[in-house]
Ligand binder design. Structure first.
Ligand SMILES: [Zn+2]
Length: 147
């Protein structure tokens, strides 16, 4: 699944709807401050994996992600077709740390914070909408050169 940053696929919408997560108190040992949620979506034509990859990027600080998290909003069964290993497809539903991506020292705490903020249905609805935008763009462009 090739993942591309939403801010490169739909820059205007990504900019207008950029999510900021504020950590107001030293919650769970995570440094306080604002974190941008940078979204990445799969751009493989015909793939309907219904997931987002989120990077927590400190607004003021090094441009290194504090955490990189996978989030699949469908029920676990939906992801069965991607793997014969039940542990793997079950893991695709819900939020997990991306094991092959850059992580900060507080990654596990950011995962807890992320699980908390996705209780906000408008945030999940935004991910789904952005995902759909990306997919519609990809499907509409399959016969053209994207560059
Ligand atoms: Zn995909």
């Amino acid at each position: 699944m090739p993942l591309e940053p939403f801010d490169q696929i739909c820059p205007a919408i990504a900019c207008a709807e950029l999510r900021v997560c504020t950590v107001p108190i030293p919650e769970l040992g995570v440094p306080t401050g604002d974190y941008f949620l940078r979204e990445f979506y799969c751009t493989e034509p015909g793939c309907d994996c219904r997931r987002v990859l989120i990077q927590f990027l400190p607004k003021d600080g090094p441009a290194q992600p504090a955490a990189t998290i996978n989030f699949g909003w469908e029920k676990a069964k939906y992801y069965r077709k991607w793997s014969s290993d039940p542990d793997l497809w079950r893991e695709m539903a819900g939020a997990t740390l991306e094991r092959f991506a850059e992580q900060g020292p507080h990654k596990a705490n950011f995962l807890v914070i992320f699980k908390h903020i996705i209780q906000d249905r408008t945030l999940v609805a935004a991910f789904r909408r952005h995902y759909r935008l990306v997919k519609d763009l990809i499907e509409g462009e399959t016969s053209f050169d994207r560059r």
